[in-house]
Each structure stands twice: as C-alpha cells, then as structure tokens.
Design a protein around this ligand. Sequence first.
Ligand code: FAD
Ligand code: FES
Length: 287
Amino acid sequence: MGKVFASAPFIVGENEPSPTDAAIPAEEAVCPVIAHDWVNDAYKHLVVAASPKALAVKPGQFFNLLCPSPDEGELWLRRPQSVYRVDGARRRIEFLYKCVGRGTRGLATLKKGDMLNIVGPLGVGFHLDPSWRNIVVLGRGVGLATLAPISQLAASYGVGVTAILSARSRDLVMADDLFAKVGTVVPVLDIDRSSDVENVERILQGLIAAGCADAFFTCGSNRLMQLMKRLARQHGIPGQVAMEQVMACGLGPCYVCVRTFEVNGRKELRRICIEGPVFDLQEAVGW
Ligand SMILES: Cc1cc2nc3c(=O)[nH]c(=O)nc-3n(C[C@H](O)[C@H](O)[C@H](O)COP(=O)(O)OP(=O)(O)OC[C@H]3O[C@@H](n4cnc5c(N)ncnc54)[C@H](O)[C@@H]3O)c2cc1C
Ligand code: FES
C-alpha cells in the first residue's frame, strides 16, 4: 500500500523523495541509527542515516526528536537538538547531546539499528558573509555542538576560525578534535579559572587587535554571550547567537519558546523555534 496520509513520515532506506514534496523544506523522517556512543559520562554522539531534506540542514538549524520513553510513562513532547555534523558522502547526520532529563535519557537507550523519528530541519540558522576572512566562535557545554557546523562551513570557504571552547574541565571540552581540524582551538576551563570572563575578554581583545575577528558566533553561556555582545558593540563587529529554550511544537504555533529581545530600544517577544534559534547578537537580551 502507498502513503495513506500526505503527511506520512519519510522512511529512510525505504522511501524515495517525492517530486511533489520537493519545495517543502522540512519533513518528518524515520532514520535508522548507525552508531550511538558515550563520549564521556554525560554526552552521547548519535549518528543516523538521513533523508535528502535532512542532509540539506544549515548550520544552526535543529531537528525535533521523538525520543523513546526511558520508563513506563509516556513522553509527549519532542526534544530539540541542533545538528553537530553532516556527512553528505555517507548520507548521515550526527547529534552530540547531553543527557539531562527524561527525553535525553530515553534517547540514550537507542541502539544501532533502532529507528529514530525526527522532524526538520527547523528554524533559522547562522549566516556567513562572503566578506569575512576570520571568525571567532565561543561556546560552552552543548553550545559547542551547535557551533561545530558553522565552523566547518567557514573553514570550507577558506575562512580562518578561532574556536574558544569553555568547559568545567579538559575532559568536558566537547568536539575539540573537530574544531582542531577547521581552525585554532583555545580551551578555557573552570578548573584553572581560564574560563573566567576577564580571561576570555583578554583572549577576544587579542584576536580583535590581531585582525582575526570579522564576526562573532556564540552559543551555550549567558555570561559569555553578554561579553561577546559588549565587545562586538564596542568594536563594531557583527555577531550571531544561537539561543536555547524549552520547546513544545518546534514549528511556531504554541508560543512555548518565546524569549525577550531588544530591537531598536524596544522589547519584543520572539519564538526561538521559528524566528531563531539564531539571532543578531545585539538584539539578544540573555537569560
Ligand atoms: C534549538 C536547540 C538546539 C539544541 N541543541 C542541543 C544540542 O545540540 N545538544 C544538546 O545536548 N542539547 C541541545 N539542546 C537542548 C536540549 O533540547 C535539551 O537538553 C533537551 O530538550 C532536554 O530534554 P530532557 O527531556 O532530557 O530534559 P528535561 O527533563 O525536559 O529537562 C532537564 C533540564 O534541561 C532543561 N531543558 C529542557 N529543554 C531545554 C531546552 N530546549 N533548552 C535548554 N534547556 C532545556 C530543563 O529546564 C531542565 O533543567 C538544544 C535546544 C534547542 C532549543
Ligand atoms: S515551540 Fe511552539 S512556537 Fe516555538
């Protein structure tokens, strides 16, 4: 039997892309799990086979994942995760996520060969201006996963990338091997206080003075975002921030994900899922 509903999910490995759906940018897809491994005590790396629409995800966009329940209760809402890496040659997308609650604990139970239902790609991703020759990305915790694809894209265009990766300790510096392949990595840690705002400010000021900061990108820390926003304003550097917020629909109608922004001196409420998750750094207010 063919598709019963127009909205039937795309089963990766079974369905062929339909020419009539080609103009629709996002879809529900069911993806076989290719690999799923612990990176350390808290983070897992998930690789799934992806549909052509999913492979077209842009840096900073996200998918809403239908996580299996980790217990006997129901898990009603999907959980948003940005894409960590796209492997176009092998038609796979990868997620790097932290286990924090029921959804991600349920996600962590998936094994190779299981199927994961995803909706996406969703939201507005990062923008890379062709005039930028050097960018700085500054992230902490799960924010590093979100910043990885824009760093890869920039490097593929010959843009210099400095990645300042903040974490509690060296073993929690996520994805430093990936960032090292595309640019210069500067780890900053709580354990030796190199992640203190004053020290990160010194590093950023040095990069600005050296002409290595045509644009700023940040995700994962309010205090680091506030620092980058202040320096960007002082030095006239364009900046973008990927914001996080608890979500429900991920598509725009429920307004669960609103945050306050400041646009031309006026406070505005915006939905992270559809007007973001990436926003102009100067318009972000923080949390
Ligand atoms: C656009 C976007 C991209 C994201 N990308 C990643 C990613 O690449 N890797 C990653 O590890 N996480 C990412 N997150 C965060 C991830 O969605 C949450 O960690 C996840 O939804 C938690 O679900 P849970 O059921 O395990 O935890 P819950 O039991 O729902 O919550 C556990 C804790 O996490 C907080 N939390 C729940 N949902 C979110 C959320 N959406 N944002 C921030 N905090 C939340 C809760 O307030 C609570 O403190 C992203 C979030 C957004 C909005
Ligand atoms: S999560 Fe429903 S509007 Fe954003």
